[in-house]
Design a protein around this ligand. Structure first.
Ligand SMILES: Cc1cc2nc3c(=O)[nH]c(=O)nc-3n(C[C@H](O)[C@H](O)[C@H](O)COP(=O)(O)OP(=O)(O)OC[C@H]3O[C@@H](n4cnc5c(N)ncnc54)[C@H](O)[C@@H]3O)c2cc1C
Length: 419
């Protein structure tokens, strides 16, 4: 088939790779000058099946209320009375906080993320036959350690770990001492740690470098990438997709099209009467150039209470997380940036870095459940691979592989609520 992939973030690029491997003629259309310059640019760097618990869970509401009005809150809802998309999204979010919904969402995410991690490992093995692909993106296979500085949060996490274990994930609750054995850089805050849980099979790395390296391999394998090519509309015959129109007026024909525009997927489809439940959830990161010999973590960490992650990327440390619901606003808020550094300073009091931190923000394409939208849309010929929220890199390879099967008319091996 002749397939157009819209968007070259981590989702569009992995889609292009898997579709090409299946023998299709693939063209990627991206409005920016290279791949992965938007949300996939400076994220938390985790391949974290262990992070499958969505924001929408029974504890989210009291937590969000406690943070209300705080500019540095880990989860910040800005009141936007005329933003009906946010209102609709928030009601659906509340519905997903019900215990049964949360359990179903965790099950779907764990299954897809486990499949995805296995696909990534296979991909890395295949691509490392010619060069060390892992090194190209600062990949680390040292697991992910969740730490808890509040006793209640740790107790709740034990129940979540048990649930994820039932779905096949190796996530073990551990005491503070074991956390320090796994990551000695935590030793100075032994007194703060209530406990943790460790998933040795999770991974970390630089999602931006991964996507760019994969795009280069995909191009070498015959995928055609068109950069600086904003797509402005779909071309339909009745309801059937025929192709797309670019901003410069060009029209490209195709047998099928994969929509992977991240947060922009929803506004892109509005004119066609399709209302995707995706809202941009803004997150921040700070990337620090570490000084030689500084005590910094090398195991990727999740600080659950503060909704932050810490990933070692070569000689850099990435601190990332928090969420703000404020439309498509991409301004950098200094208070939220300082909150990242403050927490890094609390957890790693002896950390030394050179130069100014590199601050960045991006818009997670968040569904209320954090379950992505993968499969055939209401328009024949238009397929969706979008809405990956907090776990886009974690679920990328699996989503792309599953989509490739679905587009070939086959059943995916993953038990997941595809569209
Ligand atoms: C602070 C933060 C931390 C995170 N940490 C992690 C983590 O540790 N692990 C993890 O798995 N996930 C993490 N995520 C989530 C992850 O980064 C996202 O889910 C993922 O990047 C989404 O990828 P995407 O390809 O859907 O979107 P994007 O990367 O945004 O790609 C969409 C692409 O579409 C292009 N585009 C948009 N409109 C058009 C148009 N009209 N025409 C052509 N092109 C267009 C854009 O330019 C962009 O390149 C984090 C996110 C944030 C913000």
């Amino acid at each position: 088939m002749k397939i157009l992939v819209l968007g070259a973030g981590v989702i569009g690029t992995t889609s292009a790779w898997y579709l090409r491997q299946a023998g299709h003629e693939v063209t990627v259309l991206e409005r920016r000058e290279r791949a992965a310059l938007e949300t996939s640019f400076a994220n938390g760097g985790q391949i974290s099946v262990s992070h499958a618990e969505p924001w929408a869970n029974p504890h989210a509401i009291p937590q969000a209320l406690a943070w209300l009005g705080r500019e540095d809150a880990p989860l910040l809802f800005r009141l936007r009375p005329h933003d009906f998309a946010l209102l609709r999204w928030s009601f659906a979010f509340l519905h997903n906080c019900l215990p049964a919904r949360t359990r179903d969402n965790i099950r779907a995410i764990v299954r897809l993320a486990l499949y995805s991690r296995a696909q990534l490992q296979h991909l890395r093995q295949t691509l490392s036959e010619t060069a060390d692909f892992n090194r190209e993106y600062d990949g680390l296979q040292k697991g992910i350690l969740h730490i808890y500085t509040e006793r209640e949060a740790f107790k709740r996490a034990i129940a979540t770990s048990r649930l994820m274990q039932n779905y096949g994930l190796e996530r073990e609750p551990i005491d503070a001492e074991t956390c320090i054995n796994i990551e000695p850089a935590l030793a100075p805050i032994r007194h703060l740690l209530a406990g943790g849980d460790y998933t040795p099979t999770d991974e970390s790395g630089d999602a931006h470098r991964f996507t760019q390296a994969l795009a280069a391999r995909a191009a070498a394998a015959g995928v055609s990438f068109h950069y600086n090519a904003p797509v402005v509309g779909l071309e339909l015959h009745g309801r059937k997709l025929q192709g797309v129109t670019l901003q410069d007026g060009r029209s490209l024909k195709a047998d099928a099209c994969v929509l992977a525009l991240g947060s922009y997927s929803a506004p892109f489809l509005h004119p066609y009467g399709i209302h995707l439940p995706i809202y941009p959830a803004k997150g921040y990161s700070a990337t620090l150039e570490l000084e030689n010999g500084t005590p910094a973590p090398s195991v990727s960490l999740t600080d659950d209470t503060h909704k932050l992650v810490f990933s070692r990327l070569g000689n850099r440390l990435r601190v990332a997380g928090t969420a703000e619901f404020n439309g498509f606003n991409l301004e950098i808020n200094p208070t939220r940036c300082q909150a990242l550094l403050q927490r890094a300073g609390t957890l790693f009091p002896d950390l030394r870095y050179s130069g100014d931190p590199n601050f960045w923000c991006g818009l997670r394409p968040a569904t209320p459940s954090n379950v992505p939208l993968i499969g055939q849309s209401k328009l024949p010929g238009l397929w969706l691979n979008t809405g990956h929220g907090t776990l886009g890199w974690t679920m990328a390879c699996g989503s792309a592989a599953a989509l490739t099967d679905l587009m070939a008319g086959q059943k995916s091996v993953v038990a997941f609520p595809f569209l």
